[in-house]
Structures are given as C-alpha cells and as structure tokens.
Design a binder for this molecule. Structure first.
Ligand code: HEC
Length: 291
C-alpha cells in the first residue's frame, strides 16, 4: 500500500485543467470574471473533496488489513516528503523484493518476464495527453480556437483596418502632385480593365468612349497628356455624362487615377494608334512636354 497524493496537489491539477479548458474555449482570460467559471471551479473542488473522503475510508480499511511489517513500511513512506516520493516512484527502479512479486508465471529457459508497472511520469504524460486531446479537439471543432480560417479572417480584417488607416494619413494624390511613373502602368492596366474597358474597349481602342491611342482629343484641359487624362478621370466630361467624374464623385481615389493615367499615357505614347481602333474624334493635340 502506498500513500496517496496530497489533496492540495489534486486541487492544483483540477484548477489548471479547468482554467486551461476555459482559455481554449473562450480565447481570452476574461473567463476569470464569469460566473460559469467559478461555479465549475467550486463543483470541481466539491468532487475532489468527496473523492478524498472516499479514499480516506478505503485507506483505513486497507491499512487494517496490512501485516505489521507492511504497516511499518507504510508509515516509513508517509514520512518521506511528497515530491521526493514522487521522484523516487517516477525515476527510480524498484528493488529486488518488489520484482519477486511481479514475475509472470510463464518463464522459459531461466528467462523470466516481469509485470512491471508503467513509469508514473509516462502514465502522467499519457493522461495529460488524453485530456489535452479531448479539450483541444472539442474546442477546435466547436469554437474558433486555433481555427486557421477564423485566424486568417481576423488577420485580414486587422490588415485592412491598418491599410485604411495608412491611406487616411498618406498624402492625397491630386492633379497637382500626380506624376507619371512607368512602374504604375501594370496596375493602371488592371484598373483600366475593371472600370474603363466597358466604354473605351480593350487597350483604349474606343467604343462608346473615344479612342485613347490616337492624337485626336475632344477634351484638351491640360498642357500635358498625363495631366489631361488625370483631369478627365477626376472631373469627367462636360459634354457627355457617360464619362463621369470618377475622382470628384469619390469612385476612384487619386492614387488609382495616377496609375490609370500612367497606363493611358503609355498606350497613347508607346503603342499609339491601336489596330482596328475607333475613328479619331476632336482635334489633333500637341502636348507640350507630353506629360
Ligand atoms: C460609361 C462609359 C465610359 C466609361 C466607363 C469611361 N469613359 Fe472615358 N469617356 C467616355 C465618353 C463618352 C467620352 C467622351 C466625352 C466627351 O465627348 O467629352 C470619354 C472621354 C474620356 C477621355 C477624354 C478623351 C477625349 O478625347 O477627350 C479620357 C481620357 C477618358 N474618357 C478616360 C477614361 C478612363 C481612364 C476611364 C476609366 C476610369 C473611363 N474613361 C471610363 C465614356 C466612358
């Protein structure tokens, strides 16, 4: 017969398991202020105490059935502090005397098999693993704990907030500070394809809206081509409401107009007069610095 683990240790383990489970399910330490947590804790404590009292009764019965020698051994073990006893039983080998009790009765050729108890540390780890598994799997399946999709959504939402914040504080791009930058052409092309292609056709060939690849322009509002495109996309056309004021109406921010204008500048200057483009409209423009 061996002395049992002190009740305070059991209480600490139960406290740890309950807190761990609550943390996994709720994903924050706010559960400390919730009534459910404290009720669970009290119930857990009551169960531990009931278990402890039952164990005591069992131990008394068992103790009375021991021989004098075994009683002495039990008393000796009781005197060893708990953690020292734990270490002994966890890592130290059993003595020869213990081994005699463990022999399984099917030895052969003088080789005997012992029915060794599994090491305590191993068993402890195993039970912890089982408990952890159950808590983890249930919280994974039924809550948002450690869920890659939920975590991804959360991070994307946070990143979007940060991007919005960044653009709120970033300097606004207007017709005055917009600049042509060839690095913007690729992104400008994508934006053009989502917003402008319906009227100006693929590559700016012209349809409802005029051909953007020729030298003829209905609206000449700025001296440079790049700024003229920026102006048109920002303010729209006075003659035709189909060409709406994308910038002024807040539909496209200045930083995107800068990119779109870079693309239109590129198709007009670097690959002019697209094959099969719409007939020229307006007058021949001569841009001063072409930007
Ligand atoms: C709903 C159709 C429509 C859409 C969408 C549209 N446009 Fe236009 N756009 C027009 C029309 C029509 C004109 C001619 C306006 C006029 O007669 O003054 C025009 C004119 C222009 C002009 C001036 C051309 C000139 O010869 O004066 C530019 C530059 C231009 N659009 C660029 C764009 C860009 C860039 C986009 C996308 C952000 C866009 N447009 C979206 C219909 C459209």
């Amino acid at each position: 017969m061996k002395p049992r683990q002190p009740i305070i240790i059991t209480i600490l383990i139960v406290l740890g398991l309950i807190s761990g489970a609550f943390f996994m399910f709720t994903q924050s330490s706010e559960f400390f202020s919730s009534a459910i947590f404290w009720v669970t804790l009290v119930l857990g404590g009551v169960v531990v105490f009931i278990n402890n009292s039952l164990n005591k009764l069992i131990d008394i019965k068992k103790y009375n059935m021991l021989t004098e020698e075994e009683k002495e051994e039990y008393k000796r073990l009781l005197k060893i502090p708990y953690f020292q006893r734990l270490k002994q039983s966890a890592v130290e080998k059993q003595g020869d005397k213990d081994e005699k009790d463990m022999i399984i009765d099917h030895g052969f050729d003088g080789i005997l098999e012992l029915d060794n108890a599994l090491p305590k540390w191993w068993l402890g780890l195993f039970y912890f693993g089982v408990a952890y598994c159950i808590i983890y799997l249930t919280s994974y399946a039924f809550t948002e704990f450690a869920h890659p999709y939920a975590e991804y959504d959360k991070e994307v939402a946070q990143a979007n907030i940060e991007i919005e914040e960044y653009w709120k504080n970033a300097p606004k791009i207007t017709i005055d500070n917009a600049e042509y930058n060839p690095d913007n052409i690729a992104e400008g092309k994508q934006l053009f394809e989502t917003t402008c292609v319906s009227c100006h056709k693929e590559g700016g060939a012209g349809g409802i809206g005029p051909n953007l690849t020729d030298d003829y322009w209905i609206n000449i509002k700025e001296k440079g081509l790049f700024k003229n495109v920026f102006y048109m996309v920002y303010n729209g056309s006075e003659n035709n409401p189909a060409m709406r004021a994308f910038g002024k109406d807040g539909e496209i921010p200045g930083r995107d107009i800068e990119k779109i204008a870079a693309y239109v500048y590129y198709i007009n200057q670097d690959i002019p007069n697209i094959a099969g483009g719409a007939a020229p409209q307006g007058e021949k423009a001569t841009w001063n610095d072409a930007r």
